[in-house]
Design a binder for this molecule. Structure first.
Ligand code: AVJ
Length: 321
């Protein structure tokens, strides 16, 4: 007998998603799998690149406008955050709120490591308590909603522009589901990356140093590590063209040569034609008026928008109607 090892539930669902994604005519891998420990660190490096202004724009806006933002959210507020991130941006909001009230803060993330990071980054702000939920966004939000006291206004933070990773219809469906867990008067602070000239966007996702390429290729390396596959990373190149029709960056990995790869723990062998791609991420870009219209279609009104002066990026405050 050859002992192949144990498959944990996490590996099993990764294996199944890899099998399904690589069996489609346009091969694809879900972008959430970019963020294992190595991928998360590579993403942190991306946020430091001069070509990738997105994260710094989000931080600048919160640093500058956290006071103005929380002023528009009246009443006693409790805060839930979808994807706890590095916690840096959240600090400005929590500090602004804690000047007027004791604030209960609930970060929600599928990664225990991310929750631990936000605990060490934010755990010591005076007049703030923190309880993390290691759950999917909406499952976690349901639990937070169950903990609200009468009169609490729930403020949901969805920073970093992760909404851009959904296709537009799926993004709206997600926002509608989110709205269903809220009450009128609750709020959503939603970050969106905005449209800008193609050249800038493509450079942001194909940086000359090659960090984004490494971030993308790490997905194949992760399949090698976790599913015992034998992808030769040299057989693939990173591509990130802007799709003008759909107004999004599409990240792909393109096979340089025809070849096939066995993925033992996913029980498949995948063949690639020369030039064939695996689609690994979409990053949609928005227009300001489009974001306002989206609010109306998903059960909110857009209370205010703050736009960065250096990088086209907006923080949008929506109130549930
Ligand atoms: C973390 C989803 C906001 O879409 O710009 C960065 C991820 N991908 N470079 C984005 C990402 C390639 C990023 N988000």
């Amino acid at each position: 007998m050859r002992i192949e090892g144990v498959i944990t539930p996490a590996t099993a669902s990764f294996a199944q998603d890899v099998r399904e994604g690589l069996s489609k005519p346009q091969k694809e891998l879900l972008s959430k799998y970019l963020y294992d420990d190595i991928g998360s660190e590579l993403f942190e490096v991306i946020t430091l690149l001069p070509e990738y202004g997105l994260t710094r724009a989000g931080q600048r806006l919160l640093k500058k406008y956290a006071g103005a933002i929380v002023e528009r959210v009246p009443g006693h507020v409790i805060v839930a955050e979808l994807g706890s991130g590095s916690g840096k941006k959240t600090r400005w909001i929590l500090e602004a709120l804690s000047r007027r009230q004791f604030t209960r803060y609930y970060p929600i993330d599928i990664s225990g490591a991310a929750l631990a990071r936000s605990r060490s980054e934010l755990g010591e702000i005076p007049f703030v308590s923190l309880v993390g939920f290691e759950r999917d966004y909406l499952d976690g939000l349901l639990e937070v909603a169950a903990r609200r006291h009468n009169g609490d206004h729930l403020m949901v933070l969805f920073l970093g522009s992760t909404i851009g990773n959904f296709d537009r219809p799926a993004g709206e469906a997600f926002l509608r589901e989110l709205r269903a867990l809220l009450r009128p008067g609750d709020s959503l602070l939603l970050a969106t990356d905005l449209e800008q000239p193609i050249h800038e966007l493509e450079l942001a996702y194909s940086d000359p140093l090659g960090v984004t390429a490494a971030f993308n290729l790490n997905l194949l390396a992760r399949i090698n590590r976790e599913l015992d596959a034998h992808f030769d990373l040299k057989n693939f190149e990173h591509l990130a063209p802007y799709n003008t029709q759909e107004r999004r960056i599409e990240m792909h990995l393109r096979a340089r040569v025809a070849h096939s790869v066995e993925i033992p723990k996913a029980d498949i062998e995948v063949s690639f034609r020369e030039g064939e791609t695996i689609w690994t991420e979409s990053s949609h870009k928005f227009a300001l008026d489009e974001v306002r219209a989206m609010a109306g279609r998903t059960g909110f009104r857009c209370e205010a928008q703050w736009v960065d002066g250096e990088w086209p990026f907006a923080q949008n405050l929506w109130i549930a109607t």
